[in-house]
Design a protein around this ligand. Structure first.
Ligand code: MF3
Ligand code: CO
Length: 249
Protein backbone atom coordinates (compact mmCIF):
# COMPACT_ATOMS: atom_id res chain seq x y z
CA UNK A 1 0.00 0.00 0.00
CA UNK A 2 1.30 3.46 -0.90
CA UNK A 3 0.55 6.02 1.79
CA UNK A 4 -0.12 9.70 1.12
CA UNK A 5 1.24 11.99 3.80
CA UNK A 6 -0.73 14.55 5.75
CA UNK A 7 0.26 18.21 5.99
CA UNK A 8 1.66 17.57 9.49
CA UNK A 9 3.67 14.54 8.35
CA UNK A 10 5.07 16.55 5.46
CA UNK A 11 6.21 19.30 7.83
CA UNK A 12 8.16 16.73 9.82
CA UNK A 13 9.55 15.13 6.66
CA UNK A 14 10.78 18.54 5.44
CA UNK A 15 12.51 18.96 8.78
CA UNK A 16 14.05 15.47 8.69
CA UNK A 17 15.13 16.18 5.11
CA UNK A 18 16.77 19.47 6.07
CA UNK A 19 18.85 17.66 8.72
CA UNK A 20 19.98 15.14 6.11
CA UNK A 21 20.91 18.02 3.79
CA UNK A 22 22.86 19.68 6.60
CA UNK A 23 24.85 16.46 7.04
CA UNK A 24 25.62 16.42 3.32
CA UNK A 25 26.77 20.04 3.43
CA UNK A 26 29.28 19.02 6.12
CA UNK A 27 30.25 15.77 4.39
CA UNK A 28 31.15 17.73 1.26
CA UNK A 29 33.54 19.87 3.33
CA UNK A 30 34.95 16.95 5.32
CA UNK A 31 35.69 14.58 2.42
CA UNK A 32 39.43 14.82 1.68
CA UNK A 33 42.52 12.71 1.26
CA UNK A 34 43.47 11.07 4.58
CA UNK A 35 40.10 11.05 6.33
CA UNK A 36 38.67 7.66 7.30
CA UNK A 37 35.09 6.68 6.64
CA UNK A 38 34.78 6.08 10.41
CA UNK A 39 35.53 9.78 11.00
CA UNK A 40 32.87 10.75 8.47
CA UNK A 41 30.37 8.55 10.33
CA UNK A 42 31.25 10.26 13.63
CA UNK A 43 30.72 13.73 12.15
CA UNK A 44 27.40 12.74 10.55
CA UNK A 45 26.09 11.03 13.68
CA UNK A 46 26.85 14.10 15.82
CA UNK A 47 25.03 16.48 13.45
CA UNK A 48 21.96 14.22 13.35
CA UNK A 49 21.82 13.90 17.14
CA UNK A 50 22.57 17.60 17.76
CA UNK A 51 19.44 18.29 15.70
CA UNK A 52 17.28 16.04 17.90
CA UNK A 53 17.00 13.37 15.23
CA UNK A 54 18.00 9.70 15.14
CA UNK A 55 20.35 8.12 12.58
CA UNK A 56 17.82 5.99 10.70
CA UNK A 57 20.29 3.37 9.46
CA UNK A 58 21.89 2.54 12.84
CA UNK A 59 20.69 -0.96 13.89
CA UNK A 60 18.41 -1.23 10.84
CA UNK A 61 18.45 -5.01 10.33
CA UNK A 62 21.61 -4.88 12.44
CA UNK A 63 23.42 -2.25 10.34
CA UNK A 64 26.34 -1.12 12.57
CA UNK A 65 26.77 2.58 11.66
CA UNK A 66 24.90 5.85 11.14
CA UNK A 67 25.72 6.36 7.45
CA UNK A 68 26.79 4.20 4.51
CA UNK A 69 30.12 5.03 2.88
CA UNK A 70 30.81 3.27 -0.43
CA UNK A 71 34.16 3.93 -2.11
CA UNK A 72 34.92 3.40 -5.83
CA UNK A 73 33.69 -0.10 -6.87
CA UNK A 74 31.49 -0.24 -3.76
CA UNK A 75 27.94 0.55 -4.84
CA UNK A 76 25.93 0.99 -1.63
CA UNK A 77 25.82 -0.05 2.05
CA UNK A 78 29.58 0.24 2.63
CA UNK A 79 30.27 0.18 6.39
CA UNK A 80 32.38 3.05 7.80
CA UNK A 81 35.75 1.84 9.12
CA UNK A 82 38.95 3.25 10.61
CA UNK A 83 40.78 1.12 8.04
CA UNK A 84 39.18 2.80 5.02
CA UNK A 85 41.13 6.00 4.43
CA UNK A 86 40.28 8.15 1.40
CA UNK A 87 42.89 8.78 -1.29
CA UNK A 88 42.99 11.36 -4.07
CA UNK A 89 41.22 9.96 -7.13
CA UNK A 90 38.60 8.06 -5.10
CA UNK A 91 34.89 8.66 -5.28
CA UNK A 92 32.75 8.07 -2.20
CA UNK A 93 29.00 7.67 -1.98
CA UNK A 94 27.65 8.82 1.37
CA UNK A 95 24.11 7.74 2.22
CA UNK A 96 22.39 9.53 5.11
CA UNK A 97 19.09 8.88 6.87
CA UNK A 98 17.61 10.92 9.72
CA UNK A 99 14.40 10.24 11.61
CA UNK A 100 12.77 13.31 13.17
CA UNK A 101 9.71 12.75 15.39
CA UNK A 102 9.01 9.49 13.58
CA UNK A 103 9.51 10.65 9.98
CA UNK A 104 12.43 9.82 7.75
CA UNK A 105 14.61 11.75 5.30
CA UNK A 106 16.93 9.68 3.07
CA UNK A 107 19.52 11.07 0.65
CA UNK A 108 22.82 9.94 -0.87
CA UNK A 109 25.47 11.84 -2.78
CA UNK A 110 28.74 10.79 -4.38
CA UNK A 111 31.74 13.04 -3.78
CA UNK A 112 35.10 13.21 -5.54
CA UNK A 113 38.28 13.05 -3.43
CA UNK A 114 40.80 15.49 -4.91
CA UNK A 115 41.30 15.18 -8.67
CA UNK A 116 39.44 12.27 -10.26
CA UNK A 117 39.59 10.72 -13.74
CA UNK A 118 37.47 11.96 -16.65
CA UNK A 119 35.52 8.69 -16.56
CA UNK A 120 34.64 9.14 -12.91
CA UNK A 121 33.64 12.78 -13.54
CA UNK A 122 31.28 11.62 -16.28
CA UNK A 123 29.90 8.92 -13.96
CA UNK A 124 29.12 11.45 -11.22
CA UNK A 125 27.61 14.01 -13.61
CA UNK A 126 25.47 11.41 -15.35
CA UNK A 127 24.19 9.76 -12.18
CA UNK A 128 23.23 13.14 -10.71
CA UNK A 129 21.53 14.00 -13.99
CA UNK A 130 19.66 10.67 -13.92
CA UNK A 131 18.43 11.44 -10.40
CA UNK A 132 17.21 14.90 -11.40
CA UNK A 133 15.52 13.53 -14.54
CA UNK A 134 13.65 11.06 -12.34
CA UNK A 135 12.74 13.77 -9.82
CA UNK A 136 11.29 15.96 -12.58
CA UNK A 137 8.75 13.23 -13.45
CA UNK A 138 7.39 13.06 -9.87
CA UNK A 139 4.12 14.67 -10.92
CA UNK A 140 0.60 13.70 -9.86
CA UNK A 141 -1.06 11.65 -12.61
CA UNK A 142 2.24 10.40 -14.07
CA UNK A 143 3.03 6.70 -14.03
CA UNK A 144 5.86 5.76 -11.66
CA UNK A 145 7.25 4.07 -14.78
CA UNK A 146 8.02 7.53 -16.19
CA UNK A 147 10.43 8.13 -13.30
CA UNK A 148 12.15 4.79 -13.98
CA UNK A 149 12.27 5.48 -17.72
CA UNK A 150 13.80 8.93 -17.22
CA UNK A 151 16.59 7.46 -15.10
CA UNK A 152 17.18 4.62 -17.57
CA UNK A 153 17.36 6.95 -20.56
CA UNK A 154 20.02 9.17 -18.97
CA UNK A 155 22.09 6.13 -17.92
CA UNK A 156 21.95 4.50 -21.35
CA UNK A 157 22.74 7.79 -23.12
CA UNK A 158 26.26 7.49 -21.66
CA UNK A 159 26.50 3.69 -21.82
CA UNK A 160 26.56 3.28 -18.05
CA UNK A 161 25.58 0.08 -16.25
CA UNK A 162 22.36 0.18 -14.23
CA UNK A 163 22.25 -1.66 -10.91
CA UNK A 164 19.16 -3.88 -11.13
CA UNK A 165 18.94 -5.46 -7.66
CA UNK A 166 18.45 -2.22 -5.72
CA UNK A 167 16.29 0.83 -6.29
CA UNK A 168 14.25 3.63 -4.83
CA UNK A 169 11.37 3.27 -2.41
CA UNK A 170 8.50 4.96 -0.67
CA UNK A 171 9.65 6.65 2.54
CA UNK A 172 7.91 8.29 5.49
CA UNK A 173 7.10 6.65 8.83
CA UNK A 174 9.39 3.85 7.67
CA UNK A 175 12.59 4.11 5.64
CA UNK A 176 11.34 1.51 3.19
CA UNK A 177 7.70 1.73 2.16
CA UNK A 178 5.85 0.88 -1.03
CA UNK A 179 6.41 1.34 -3.91
CA UNK A 180 9.77 -0.09 -5.03
CA UNK A 181 11.26 2.13 -7.75
CA UNK A 182 13.25 0.39 -10.46
CA UNK A 183 15.90 2.42 -12.25
CA UNK A 184 14.78 0.99 -15.61
CA UNK A 185 11.51 0.28 -17.39
CA UNK A 186 9.47 -2.67 -16.09
CA UNK A 187 5.95 -1.92 -17.30
CA UNK A 188 4.85 -0.78 -13.82
CA UNK A 189 1.34 0.70 -13.81
CA UNK A 190 1.48 2.55 -10.47
CA UNK A 191 0.06 6.09 -10.78
CA UNK A 192 1.63 8.91 -8.76
CA UNK A 193 -0.68 10.95 -6.55
CA UNK A 194 -0.05 14.10 -4.54
CA UNK A 195 1.15 13.39 -1.02
CA UNK A 196 3.25 10.38 -1.99
CA UNK A 197 6.86 10.61 -0.79
CA UNK A 198 9.44 8.52 -2.60
CA UNK A 199 13.23 8.19 -2.48
CA UNK A 200 14.61 8.17 -6.02
CA UNK A 201 18.09 6.63 -6.09
CA UNK A 202 19.89 5.68 -9.28
CA UNK A 203 23.02 3.53 -8.82
CA UNK A 204 25.04 3.59 -12.05
CA UNK A 205 28.28 1.83 -13.00
CA UNK A 206 31.17 2.69 -15.31
CA UNK A 207 31.16 -0.98 -16.31
CA UNK A 208 28.45 -3.63 -16.40
CA UNK A 209 25.24 -3.92 -14.37
CA UNK A 210 26.19 -6.86 -12.15
CA UNK A 211 26.82 -6.48 -8.42
CA UNK A 212 27.23 -8.78 -5.42
CA UNK A 213 27.37 -8.51 -1.62
CA UNK A 214 30.69 -8.94 0.25
CA UNK A 215 31.16 -11.37 3.14
CA UNK A 216 30.35 -8.59 5.64
CA UNK A 217 26.74 -9.15 4.43
CA UNK A 218 26.32 -5.43 3.66
CA UNK A 219 28.77 -3.94 1.18
CA UNK A 220 27.50 -4.17 -2.38
CA UNK A 221 30.28 -4.08 -5.01
CA UNK A 222 30.38 -4.22 -8.81
CA UNK A 223 31.21 -7.64 -10.23
CA UNK A 224 33.75 -6.17 -12.68
CA UNK A 225 35.39 -3.96 -10.01
CA UNK A 226 34.63 -0.79 -11.91
CA UNK A 227 33.48 2.40 -10.18
CA UNK A 228 29.86 3.03 -9.20
CA UNK A 229 27.96 6.17 -8.20
CA UNK A 230 24.78 6.72 -6.19
CA UNK A 231 22.64 9.85 -5.86
CA UNK A 232 19.39 9.95 -3.90
CA UNK A 233 16.76 12.44 -2.80
CA UNK A 234 13.52 12.04 -0.86
CA UNK A 235 10.87 13.66 -3.07
CA UNK A 236 7.22 14.66 -2.57
CA UNK A 237 4.67 14.46 -5.35
CA UNK A 238 3.38 17.94 -4.55
CA UNK A 239 0.22 19.76 -5.58
CA UNK A 240 2.40 22.05 -7.70
CA UNK A 241 4.93 19.48 -8.92
CA UNK A 242 7.90 17.66 -7.42
CA UNK A 243 9.37 18.90 -4.15
CA UNK A 244 12.76 17.69 -2.96
CA UNK A 245 12.46 17.18 0.80
CA UNK A 246 16.14 16.45 1.46
CA UNK A 247 17.30 20.01 0.94
CA UNK A 248 18.45 22.82 3.23
CA UNK A 249 15.54 24.82 4.61
N1 MF3 B 1 19.36 4.76 1.47
C1 MF3 B 1 19.56 3.35 1.76
C2 MF3 B 1 18.38 2.59 1.22
O1 MF3 B 1 17.50 3.18 0.69
C3 MF3 B 1 19.79 3.18 3.19
C4 MF3 B 1 19.76 1.81 3.74
S1 MF3 B 1 21.19 1.52 4.54
C5 MF3 B 1 20.85 0.49 5.82
O2 MF3 B 1 18.34 1.38 1.24
F1 MF3 B 1 21.97 0.18 6.32
F2 MF3 B 1 20.14 1.11 6.68
F3 MF3 B 1 20.20 -0.54 5.37
CO1 CO C 1 17.04 5.05 0.08
Amino acid sequence: MITRKSREELKLMRHAGSIVALVHQEMKKAVCEGISTYELDQIASKIIRDNKAIPTFLNYHGYPASICTSVNEQVVHGIPSKDIVLQAGDIISIDVGATYRGLVGDSAWTYPVGEISQDKKMLLETTEKALMAGVSRMISGNLLEEVSAAVEDVALSKGLGIVRQYGGHGVGRNMHEDPFVFNYRTGNKTVLKSGMTIAIEPMLNLGKDDVYVLDDDWTVVTADDMASAHFEHTVLVGDDGPEILTKLS
